[in-house]
Every structure is written in structure tokens, then in C-alpha cells.
Design a protein around this ligand. Structure first.
Ligand SMILES: [Zn+2]
Length: 359
């Protein structure tokens, strides 16, 4: 983890900020950069599980996953839900949770008999984080109510419930949820229900979660898991770097062919040698066009056109390769020739002309 952080911090340093490697600790550098990126989320502490992993078995009812809401009449699922509740959890107080991520932001709701609790998260939070926070807050609400009732927390997020059942969670939020479940005094169960099939508590939680993203009364939560913090900061760094990249003049050779700073990807099954060809073509430096520097010879000249032999000459200009150029869909610029959709075709093109010009 720390190695990756150092990588991220240094890439931000190089491309975005006037930040130089210093004697600061990683945490101190992280704080400097968080402030500069206006990132205020706190990471939750990692905690050890309260129960031994082999004894960890929270009560999570997923019976309704057997029914696909698209193939089954929603009324049948609703009736089944009512039946399960009345037979298995007759005296349990129901608590519904749901989350919403939309253009207004990220929010979630916890619906109890007495109250609708609305919460807001930073807009960069994932829907999984929001669903998980909703369950965490539901447990906190139950704990602080000092109620002697049993509770059932009903969520439509299977991924959040599955994460809770994992005996070895790495996500700190899940660790905190498990601690609360372990410590809670009254019996507390969980149940999964499908969304948008008219289960009234779930519908109410859904509407409230949307409302939470808009309401000024929503409680703002600024804690998250380290994984979420990591991915948000990573994205912010990429955004800043992209902004920096876009402001470079097009005379910058690499800027001209690479519009986005994201990592170059190759189609599945690309051989190492083909990757080399693609990369050399994109950066415009290849054995063919630049080996003269090492050999201390004159720069190569195209034997057909008597012009400097460059990647651009081969890919765009030289009439000798008019036929081969169809592989790249007759590009009129290097940028067009080396666009993402053409990645696989680049090495095919150079292979087809390889007899004369090894790259
Ligand atoms: Zn030529």
C-alpha cells in the first residue's frame, strides 16, 4: 500500500503541485495533498475482529434472492416477504436502509418506526460505501436507542450484506459494522429485499435516500474506508494531471497522440513484442527512425520520397504504404491513427510493412 501511495504522491508532485520529495512522512505528505485537493474525508481506523473469524456468522436472510424480480410477479415476492417477516421475525422492529447516488450527490437513509434519518456523504463516494454506511448508521441508531426490542435491518444491497458476512473484511467500515453487531445487546438480524417492487419500507427508504442528497438537514458524514479514500484521491490526482496535460501545447509530441493520461491498455492476448511496437509507434521513437543516434550515422531518409523517415511519414504521408494504411482506416493524423480503437491494428500495420522497416 505505502509503495503505491509513494507512486501516487510523486506523480501528483511531478505533474500537479510544486511538491518535492522531502523528509515528511507519507502521512504528512498525504495531509498536504489532501488539503490542496480540498479532500476532507477521514479514514476509519482498522480494528481487529471482536469474534474469531471461524465463529463469525451474522444472521442474514437472503431467501428472496431465489426469485428474480424480472421474471416473478412482484406481488408474489411482496407476499413472500410479508410471510417471512410474520413467521420468522414477528416481534422484530423493522429498520430499512437505502442509498442514492445521483447528480445532486450521495445520500442514504435509515427508516425506523419513529423516524426518517437522512445522511449525506462526499459526492465522490461509491454507492457501495453509501449502502454500507446506511447499515452502520442503522446499527448506531439501534444501539443508542437503548431499545430492548429485537431488530431486523432490511437492505436491498446484496453486496453490502455479503461484505458483512465475510469473516476477513479488509474494509474498515465493514470491520466497524461487525464490531457493532458483535457488541449489540439485543438480537439483530439482516434481510435482503429486491428494490423497486413495492415493499413499502424499502420504497420509503429509497425516496428518503434521494431526498437526503438534496436536504440541507441531512447529517454530513465525512468518514470512509481507506480503500475509498485511496480511490477518490487517485481519481482526483488523475483529474488534476489530465487538466495539466490538456494545457500542454500540441507541439508536445506525446500530447499530440495521447489525449488522456490514463494508463495505456493493450487488447487481451497482445504479445510483449507487439506492445513494444505499439508503444514505440505512439511515442514516435523507434529503432527504425532513431537508431542513427546510437550508430552516429545521418538521420534516415525515405528511399521513395527522399524525406526524413519518421513515424508520421510512415503512418500518414509515404505513398509506399497507402495499401497498408487501410489497416489503420486511412488516418489523416497520428492522433487518429493511434486512437484507442486502433491499438490492435497498430502492430498489424507495422507487421505488414516489417520486411523493410522493423520497428
Ligand atoms: Zn516515403
Amino acid at each position: 500500500m505505502s509503495g503505491t501511495w509513494v507512486g501516487l504522491l510523486s506523480s501528483l508532485g511531478r505533474h500537479v503541485l510544486t511538491w518535492s520529495p522531502s523528509r515528511n512522512t507519507i502521512l504528512e505528505n498525504f495531509k498536504i495533498i489532501s488539503n490542496k485537493l480540498n479532500f476532507q474525508t477521514q479514514s476509519l481506523n482498522k480494528i481487529r475482529p471482536s469474534s474469531p473469524p471461524w465463529l463469525w456468522s451474522p444472521k442474514i436472510n437472503t431467501q428472496l434472492t431465489e426469485f428474480c424480480k424480472h421474471n416473478t410477479d412482484n406481488r408474489i415476492i411482496r407476499n413472500l416477504f410479508a410471510e417471512i417477516i410474520s413467521q420468522e421475525y414477528p416481534d422484530y422492529a423493522q429498520v430499512y436502509t437505502d442509498a442514492s447516488k445521483n447528480k445532486n450527490g450521495v445520500g442514504f437513509s435509515v427508516i425506523t418506526d419513529q423516524n426518517n434519518h437522512l445522511f449525506k456523504l462526499p459526492p465522490s463516494s461509491s454507492i457501495f460505501t453509501a449502502e454500507t454506511h446506511a447499515i452502520y448508521q442503522a446499527l448506531l441508531i439501534i444501539t443508542s436507542s437503548n431499545s430492548t426490542n429485537s431488530h431486523i435491518i432490511i437492505s436491498d444491497s446484496l453486496s453490502a450484506l455479503n461484505a458483512i458476512s465475510n469473516p476477513y473484511p479488509k474494509n474498515e467500515l465493514i470491520q466497524h459494522i461487525q464490531k457493532l453487531i458483535y457488541e449489540i445487546y439485543t438480537p439483530t438480524c439482516f434481510m435482503w429485499v429486491p428494490s423497486h417492487i413495492g415493499i413499502s419500507g424499502n420504497e420509503k427508504a429509497d425516496t428518503s435516500a434521494y431526498e437526503a442528497t438534496l436536504s440541507p438537514l441531512s447529517i454530513q458524514i465525512n468518514t470512509s474506508s481507506s480503500f475509498e479514500t485511496f480511490s477518490i484521491i487517485h481519481q482526483k490526482i488523475i483529474d488534476e494531471w489530465q487538466h495539466f496535460w490538456e494545457n500542454l501545447p500540441l507541439s508536445n509530441k506525446l500530447r499530440n497522440v495521447k489525449l488522456f493520461v490514463k494508463k495505456l491498455t493493450y487488447p487481451p492476448g497482445t504479445k510483449r513484442r507487439e506492445e513494444v511496437t505499439i508503444t514505440r509507434a505512439k511515442i514516435g521513437h523507434s529503432r527504425l527512425t532513431h537508431v542513427y543516434l546510437i550508430k552516429k550515422e545521418p538521420a534516415p531518409i525515405c528511399d521513395t520520397c527522399n524525406e526524413a523517415l519518421t513515424i508520421e511519414h510512415i503512418v500518414i504521408i509515404c505513398p509506399k504504404f497507402t495499401e497498408a494504411r487501410k489497416i489503420l482506416q486511412n488516418p489523416v493524423s497520428l492522433h487518429q491513427a493511434f486512437k484507442d480503437e486502433n491499438t490492435a491494428a497498430i502492430s498489424i500495420f507495422f507487421n505488414s510493412i516489417k520486411s523493410n522497416h522493423p520497428l
